[in-house]
Design a protein around this ligand. Structure first.
Ligand code: C2E
Ligand code: MG
Ligand code: MG
Length: 757
């Protein structure tokens, strides 16, 4: 098998074995060579063959090499090529029986070998020139090199024979290579390939030393072992290293070894001292020792410089740590988005202000969630920053503004009394009056502010904050853009509301609801009934819809409750229908329910499921459904009416829908709110609804082709008045309150008897 025939894959598998065989063959030949003539051919040939194999392996390692390794591998391969050529020249002299000249082409090639090998070792060291560390390590290597040089000279070379010139040059070059090798070892830490390369180097140095001492070269001498084995180890090192990245698997010598390595220059320095004291030194030895000490001094100066730099870095690190620490401390107490103090910082400020009077405010943006949901969080964030800027610009002196939640701000105003607090709060509201222009949008702004006062409403941080929050909550409920001072009754109301909400959450599952039905009469005849929800809570007792419906609307519970009411009312109507006593049932619908996309489909599905004729269902909507999406509401109502469901407008006249909007809506009836009759509306305000107003509403309804029902008829006088004004369709306690189905049945029976009787 010729070497040329060895392809890449065979190389993969057999490189190591081939190398071992070649080295072994050479060793075997050398040990038996002196037995016969012509040994030069054999030993020299085997030697050259082995070196060629090393060269090929190095070249293949270069070809396959990891990109990060190629420079190193290339330089090594070139070095081995120069070596091989040099060896070949030397061998040719030998074969021709010519003496090897003192300096020949071979020496030039060997010099090239040293230079290239030096270059390769240099790339192993990965020196970064100008770095202090590099300088220190270079000095370390120089120290070792000088020391070794001095020792070798003193104890080996200066002695009996005059030194062969080329040999001396080789040993010097070797020393330089050893210095580089040591550098490489220290920088690379130790891994197998690097260790092999360096060990190979050491063997070659041994060979050179032998050559320098003997001063002549013949094939088959013992030094050839060292050369060939050294080269083989290097080739193997390169072969193993070919697929490693520079930072490949590395082995760090154990700590004791590292300590000895670091102390090595000083130890050898000490040994040299001892040697100088104990022997009569030759001039070269003295010069070597002097040079070593000079280098050690220089090395010491790098240590001092290193220490200075280290101290500076430490100072810098400490300052940086301090800076980051204070930044972290600040961030822990401030809101990142607005830069305002956060809750922790605010509470500390509030605590500090609590020695005397102080006002605490809770500021909540109105409708911020809508902005966030509609336009996205970046717009929401920008809005918060703008709001912060406006509030800041209108902040009273000494006040601290903080952001404690999404759109929630708090403020403490030390020393403020009620008057000052209210004026400050109004000023803050005023700052938000103008809408903001942002990203091509015009966004209206407003906020609700609750105020609590120390010491009147509390003397500790928690109470004052909670009470300001309670007041804000009420401000929000009584309309947007309001300021509300805390009063003890607010606390009571809020507690009640929480209790109500908690009880309400259980009510539907616990079957605590029932439906009652209140008759609606046309003339004396029963025309329809209104389904009214009744709730008896085990903990709160009977609760009127006037109390719990608004709570259910606010917490969204109205959706499942309303659905239950619709289904239950339709079931009742279907039952009466099946019994041949058909009666239209009117069901109240809250605006939130009506706004659901599945509202109309659910009504239609319920009618279909129960086989209830649509004209037996009436839906009572309030003006609230019209306020937002007039066109959408009209379309839904129209769809229901087309299906045959009757639509009436409940509580007519107490809300704020414009008359034109009402007129645009498809409805069948108006239910005139009972405050028109009683003279008191739900809030207890007196309404002057004289006969003229009632007559006007009646006329309006008739002109619009709407049935008009008068609610809340309690007395015969009211009944008479309404009849005189032309009202026919009525509902009220005068006729009957809302009754459970069975009682209504009894009422119906009695009523029809009295009618016919
Ligand atoms: P509404 O729809 O206007 O219902 C009429 C209310 O007036 C009922 O009060 C009824 O009991 C009461 N009422 C009837 N006749 C008289 C009378 O002669 N004098 C007086 N003072 N009151 C009379 P109720 O049952 O307390 O319901 C209050 C409101 O709660 C209802 O007003 C309605 O808006 C709401 N509501 C009741 N049930 C439901 C329901 O199932 N769903 C929804 N969304 N709201 C409901
Ligand atoms: Mg109603
Ligand atoms: Mg009503």
């Amino acid at each position: 098998m010729t070497i040329q025939a060895v392809n890449g894959r065979a190389f993969e598998r057999h490189a190591e074995t081939a190398l071992l065989l070649a080295v072994g063959l050479h060793a075997a030949l050398v040990s038996v060579a002196h037995l016969g003539p012509g040994h030069v051919w054999l030993t020299g040939g085997a030697y050259l063959f082995g070196q060629l194999l090393c060269l090929l392996i190095a070249a293949e390692a270069y070809r396959q090499g990891h990109p990060a390794q190629r420079r190193l591998l290339g330089r090594f391969a070139l070095a081995l090529a120069a070596l091989w050529l040099g060896d070949a020249v030397t061998f040719s002299f030998e074969l021709r029986g010519l003496p090897l000249p003192e300096l020949s082409v071979a020496d030039a090639l060997y010099a090239a070998y040293y230079l290239l090998l030096g270059g390769a070792l240099l790339s192993l060291t990965r020196l970064r020139l100008r770095s202090l560390r590099t300088l220190a390590m270079t000095l370390d290597s120089l120290i070792v090199m000088t020391l070794l040089g001095t020792v070798v000279w003193t104890f080996l070379l200066s002695r009996p024979a005059p030194l062969h010139a080329a040999g001396a040059a080789y040993v010097t070059l070797d020393l330089a290579l050893i210095a580089l090798g040591l550098l490489a070892l220290r920088q690379q830490r130790l891994n197998r390939p690097v260790a092999l390369i360096c060990a190979g180097l050491a063997l070659i140095v041994g060979g050179d030393l032998h050559f320098a001492l003997v001063g002549a070269y013949t094939s088959g001498n013992r030094a050839d072992f060292l050369y060939l084995w050294g080269t083989a180890m290097q080739a193997l090192g390169l072969w193993w290293r070919r697929d490693q990245s520079v930072r490949g698997v590395q082995w760090r010598p154990p700590r004791p070894v590292r300590v000895w390595l670091a102390a090595f220059p000083y130890l050898t320095g000490g040994l040299t001292c001892a040697a100088l004291l104990l022997t009569r030194p030759a001039p070269v030895t003295l010069w070597g020792a002097a040079l070593t000490f000079l280098l050690i001094l220089l090395r010491q100066s790098t240590v001092l410089e290193e220490n200075r730099l280290l101290a500076r870095k430490l100072r810098h690190t400490a300052a940086e740590l301090e800076r980051r620490g204070s930044l972290l401390r600040r961030q822990a107490r401030h809101d990142v988005l607005t830069g305002l103090p956060n809750r922790t910082e605010f509470e500390d400020q509030l605590r500090a202000a609590l020695g005397g009077p102080a006002a605490v405010m809770f500021i909540d943006l109105d409708g911020f969630k809508d902005v966030n949901d509609t336009f996205g969080h970046p717009v929401g964030d920008e809005l918060l920053r703008l709001v912060t800027a406006r509030l800041r610009a209108h902040l009273p002196a000494r006040a601290t503004l903080a952001r404690v939640g999404g759109d929630e701000f708090t403020l403490v105003l030390p020393g403020a009394d009620e008057r000052q607090a209210l004026s400050a709060a109004r000023q803050l509201l005023g700052s938000l009056r103008d809408p903001v222009e942002m990203a091509g949008l015009t966004l209206p702004l407003s906020a609700s502010i609750g105020v609590s006062l120390a010491p009147r409403d509390g003397t500790d941080v928690t109470t004052l904050q909670r009470r300001a929050d309670t007041a804000m909550y009420h401000a929000k409920r009584s309309g947007r853009g309001q300021v509300q001072l805390f009063t003890p009754s607010l606390d009571e109301q809020r507690r009640e509301r929480f209790a109500l909400e908690a009880a309400l959450r259980r009510a539907l599952h616990a079957r605590e609801f029932t439906l009652h039905y209140q008759p609606q009469l046309r003339g004396t005849a029963l025309e329809s009934v209104e389904a009214l929800l009744r709730w008896t809570s085990p903990s709160l007792g009977p609760v009127t819809p006037g109390r719990f419906i608004p709570v259910a609307e606010q917490c969204g519970l109205i959706l499942p409750i309303g659905r239950w009411v619709r289904e239950r009312a339709c079931e009742q109507a279907a039952e009466w229908h099946r019994q041949g006593r058909a009666l239209r049932v009117a069901v109240n619908v809250s605006p939130l329910e009506f706004a659901q996309a599945d509202f109309v489909p659910h009504v239609q599905a319920t009618l279909a499921r129960l086989e209830l004729p649509a004209h037996l269902l009436e839906l009572e909507v309030t003006e609230g459904v019209f306020v937002q999406d007039l066109a959408g509401t009209a379309a839904k109502l129209q769809e229901l009416r087309r299906a045959g469901v009757r639509i009436s407008v409940d509580d007519f006249g107490v809300q704020h829908a414009s008359l034109s909007a009402l007129m645009a809506l498809p409805a069948d009836a108006l239910k005139l709110d009972r405050s028109f009759l009683s003279g008191h509306d739900a809030l207890g305000h007196t309404r002057a609804a004289g006969p003229q107003v009632l007559r006007a509403v009646h006329t309006l309804g008739r002109d619009l082709n709407l049935d008009v029902l008068a609610e809340g008829v309690e007395t015969p006088e009211q009944h008479a008045l309404l009849r005189d004004l032309g009202f026919e369709y009525m509902q009220g306690f005068l006729f009957s309150p809302a009754l459970p189905p069975d009682e209504l049945d009894t009422w119906r029976a009695a009523h029809s008897t009295s009618q016919h009787g």
